[in-house]
Design a protein around this ligand. Structure first.
Ligand SMILES: [Fe+2]
Length: 259
């Protein structure tokens, strides 16, 4: 409620987009509940995007944080409401840039063109989700971060293709558009293009040594994970498919089964 001192953000990864978003994430040490706090006061007045700040980032963190940015762009893009022309455009441009530059930055950390483009992409993805929200991927990923300290970007990278597949036809129109823009698949039906787009996310993960699932999720924790994920996603995230406990349970078991 009080006026903040000047708030200037300098990102040191190309991922969270925190330099432009309303979001901060907090983990309760006692309950292991990791959750998002959203407030307009958390949007920095200035962002300084300096690629030198990300030059020394190891490949593994470059990959995971980059996939976090991709998850922001895609989850915002498939939002069924809230999007504006501008937020859709930011999500599209971020997705195209991440497909083009993330693996270059992963392979060669000194590729400053790739580092620069990734910083801009992560900013745009953050802008998009501040308008259009994230979704079930983030809601489930946060439970893994809180319970097992699974890095946020890594959790998103693994869960993103699984949730998009689970959404099915609800996201075909939007994902097919992303498939066209990224050049992943430009002909065929919406379903074929959308599936090709998801397949390419899996292929990117594989090329950057990101696993297909997680074997560290414990069965006893799943009911709590579902409670937290549903509480976070509904009603706060404008997701294309609202999950109930059964569907969330099914997705979490796919994350385990695919490990
Ligand atoms: Fe995120």
């Amino acid at each position: 409620m009080k006026k903040l001192p000047p708030f200037i953000a300098v990102p040191t990864t190309s991922g969270t987009g925190s330099e432009t978003t309303i979001a901060a994430v907090i983990t309760d040490d006692e309950t292991h509940h990791k959750y998002a706090v959203m407030d307009l006061q958390l949007v920095p007045k200035y962002a300084v995007l300096d690629p030198e700040m990300t030059r020394g980032l190891p490949p593994k963190i470059t990959a995971a944080t980059g996939m976090d940015a991709l998850t922001h762009a895609v989850e915002a893009y498939v939002c069924w409401t809230y999007n504006t022309k501008e937020s859709l455009q930011c999500a599209e441009e971020a997705t195209v840039a991440i497909f083009k530059y993330l693996e270059r930055a992963y392979q060669n950390g000194d590729d400053m063109e790739a580092r620069t483009e990734m910083l801009i992409a992560s900013f745009k993805a953050g802008f998009a989700f501040t308008r259009a929200g994230v979704g079930n991927v983030h809601a489930i990923a946060h439970t893994l971060g809180g319970l097992y300290n699974t890095p946020h970007g890594l959790a998103n990278a693994v869960i993103l293709p699984i949730v998009l597949e689970d959404y099915g036809e609800a996201v075909y129109p939007r994902l097919s558009r992303l498939a066209e823009l990224t050049g992943v698949c430009t002909s065929g039906t919406q379903e074929q293009k959308a599936k090709a787009f998801i397949k390419e996310i899996r292929a990117m993960n594989q090329r950057m040594d990101i696993p297909t699932g997680f074997d560290h999720i414990q069965e006893k924790d799943i009911p709590q994970m579902i409670t937290w994920a549903l509480k976070e996603a509904n009603p706060f995230y404008p997701v294309p498919v609202v999950y109930d406990r059964d569907r969330c349970n099914k997705v979490i078991h796919r994350i385990i089964d695919e490990a």
